[in-house]
Design a protein around this ligand. Structure first.
Ligand code: FAD
Ligand code: MEZ
Length: 615
């Protein structure tokens, strides 16, 4: 490791498009001085514009960042990431570097292999990828804010056609599109059946929205519930889900969701997942939301477990690789995908079955407000890739869709932090207080009702108020505190002053604590009153609703086969997770999405592998 390179960490090396090709001979003198002009790429060591320039200025050649000669750079940028780590250290090594306002930029919850290149680019502006979700700003060398790009389904038509005319570059049993929970579950399940699997992910990091999931994964009749003496029934989960979804859910899909939920937990735990903590989510009759011990975030954990398993089983995961078209054969069966790789460009992959696990579109406000104009201009809780690319690709292939007009706002998004505050905070005892210092809603009612109630308050926002016991009951709260958007005071009057809450906050808390003690919430009929709010310090987070989940999507049958607008099965095409419609009806219950993506992702993978085996 070169010592002088360890310090300016933000000046990482990295590469993108055309680099290996263009570096060719110039790279041969790796470590030596380079020309400031190599074929196809101009570097300006005298006036660095990007990381390639700054490296060149330091006298380092192309092969310092790239592994070998022309053509060796692939879409995952594995060699380039390895070289960053060789010179600068791993994310763990760098955890204390780049700390800003107490936030450690290199200590991230992103899953998968470390991708330095997600932020640090060689030949184009670097980006602060974390700023796509968080509201904090990090300066990044030669960088700019991250701007997600929406798919233009018909762009580069000529190049797409050239790739299609060239025929399939390779063939696999199963293609999975999307590396969120549904995609990873499908990939693992298909490999368990012996199918070869290629998984494409358009983003530079894996995990989709699934990696952000916080509160838990719903399941009924589980071992963890039994160990805690919680009596639950599959039928109760079905009833809660149908009621929450305003009874327009597809009952067959809901039955599968609930019946297989415990087995999905067992499947994950057999891979090493820790899902032993059980909490309450809105609209649930009992505690059935499973998460890691101490109430840590469920999504980063589950996706990491699935990612590791997928890698262990030999799934070929390709990041920076957008599927731009489903390709059909002469009989109309789906027989492959057209991919646009960041480095490799357009290419065609043949497959016996394709699983669409492309998630939702909450982050695309133009599309959201097209289906629900009330949500125009709303912020979103989602990751930057949740813009409906998969939906567009599927629609182009003639799939039927369902319930697209049902879009959910999560009630508690922090405008200051730019992130969602998990429902588990309320589940563990926090209450909602308005600017007049009053409670105004059952905090654990369904999201549609809680969100509407918050929007009806002065300032269209409210405050989540909790105490130190609640903080200690849920690890996830520590991350909100470390992100710096939680107000804190030793007294309720001090907290009210800091938050700008008028009226008599202490009286509202006393009233709530009395109800909690009596086990009966006469004011708002909250069923679950886990603990009083009485142990200082006290905390408050300003919250307002933000677009969170798109209930509608691709229409599937009970075996996750995709239907066309005539209700006919499109052979070879499967879909699972938030990309689909039907499971959640008009309103999803908290905790049901992770359950959905694992259960239906698993079914899709198995069914896709079955089709491949039968071919
Ligand atoms: P995603 O996880 O979104 O993955 C889809 C992937 O497909 C993305 O990575 C995307 O980039 C990729 N993709 C899309 N189009 C293409 C294309 N054309 N080519 C290649 N790749 C493509 N639910 C719960 O049940 N419990 C919770 O506690 C919970 N907490 C949440 C917290 C937050 C902040 C958010 C945003 C959601 C939460 N949810 C929770 C909801 C849940 O996380 C999502 O509904 C779920 O993760 C969706 O999983 P998925 O696999 O279907 O899609
Ligand atoms: O299911 C969800 O979206 C969920 C539980 C989110 C959260 O509040 O943690």
């Amino acid at each position: 490791m070169k010592e002088q390179w360890r310090i300016p960490v933000l000046f990482f090396c990295i590469a993108t498009l055309f680099v290996a090709v263009s570096c060719g001979d110039a790279g041969k003198g790796a470590g030596g001085k380079v020309d400031n002009k190599v074929a196809g790429v101009t570097v300006h060591p005298e006036n660095p514009q990007n990381l390639a320039d700054s490296h060149a200025a330091g006298g380092y050649g192309c092969l310092e960042c790239h592994d070998s000669e022309a053509g060796a750079v692939e879409d995952n940028l594995v060699a380039e990431n390895r070289k960053c780590i060789d010179c600068h250290g791993s994310l763990e090594d760098l955890a204390d570097v780049g700390v800003k306002n107490g936030v450690k930029v290199h200590e991230s919850h992103l899953i998968g292999d470390i991708a330095c290149t997600a932020c640090h680019k060689g030949h184009r502006p670097s980006v602060s990828y974390c700023a796509s979700c968080h509201s904090f700003k990090h300066e990044i060398a030669y960088g700019r804010e991250w701007q997600p790009e929406e798919i233009d389904i018909d762009s580069d038509k000529a190049r797409q056609n050239v790739a299609l005319a060239a025929g399939a570059k390779e063939h696999t049993d199963v293609v999975v599109v999307g590396s969120g929970g549904a995609g990873l579950a499908a990939a693992v399940a298909a490999r368990e059946q012996g199918a070869s699997v290629i998984l494409f992910e358009k983003e530079p990091v894996g995990g989709g929205n699934a990696k952000l999931a916080a509160g838990g994964m719903n399941a009924a009749e589980t071992t963890a519930q039994a160990a805690r003496g919680i009596e639950d029934h599959v039928q109760t989960m079905i009833d809660d889900t149908m009621k929450g979804g305003r009874n327009i859910n597809d009952p067959v899909l809901v039955e599968i969701l609930a019946e297989r939920s415990a087995s999905s937990i067992d499947w994950l735990m057999a891979m090493g997942a820790d899902l032993t903590d059980v909490g309450r989510m809105g609209g649930a009759s009992v505690n059935r939301s499973h998460r890691p011990t101490g109430g840590a975030g469920v999504g980063a954990h589950v996706t990491q477990v699935l990612w590791d398993q997928a890698k262990k089983l030999g799934v070929d995961i390709r990041l920076n690789s957008k599927v731009v078209r489903l390709v059909k054969n002469e009989t109309g069966d789906v027989a492959g995908v057209l991919v646009h790789g960041q480095i490799s460009g357009y290419y065609l992959v043949g497959a016996d079955a394709v699983v669409m696990a492309t998630g939702g579109f909450s982050r695309n406000n133009a599309l959201v407000s097209l289906y629900d104009p009330k949500l125009k201009g709303f912020k979103s809780t989602n990751q930057s890739g949740a813009i409906g690319d998969g939906l567009k690709v599927a629609q182009k292939a003639g799939v039927a869709t369902k319930d697209l007009q049902y879009i959910q706002a999560h009630p508690t998004y922090s405008p200051l932090g730019g992130v969602m505050v998990t429902e588990a905070v309320r589940g563990n005892g926090a209450i909602l207080i308005n600017r007049d210092g009053k409670r105004f809603v059952n905090e654990i009612t369904t999201r549609d009702k809680a969100a509407a109630a918050i929007l009806a308050q002065k300032g269209e926002s409210a405050f989540l108020v909790f105490d130190d016991t609640i903080r200690k009951s849920l690890k996830k709260i520590e991350s909100y505190i470390s992100l710096g958007f939680v107000l804190q005071s030793e007294t309720l009057s001090g907290l009210a002053e800091k938050a700008g809450i008028g009226g008599d906050l202490a009286a509202a808390i006393t009233q709530y604590n009395d109800a909690q003690k009596a086990g009966k919430d006469g004011a708002f009929q909250r069923q679950d009153l886990p603990r009083p709010i009485s142990t200082p310090p006290f905390y408050a987070i300003e919250v307002t609703p933000a677009v969170h989940h798109t209930m509608g999507g691709i229409m599937i049958d009970s075996a996750t086969r995709v239907l066309d607008s005539e209700g006919e099965i499109i052979n070879g095409l499967y879909a699972a997770g938030e990309a689909t419609g039907g499971v959640h009806g008009a309103n999803r219950l908290g905790g049901n999405a992770i359950s959905d993506i694992v259960t239906f992702g698993r079914i899709a993978g198995k069914e896709a592998a079955k089709r491949a085996a039968a071919k």
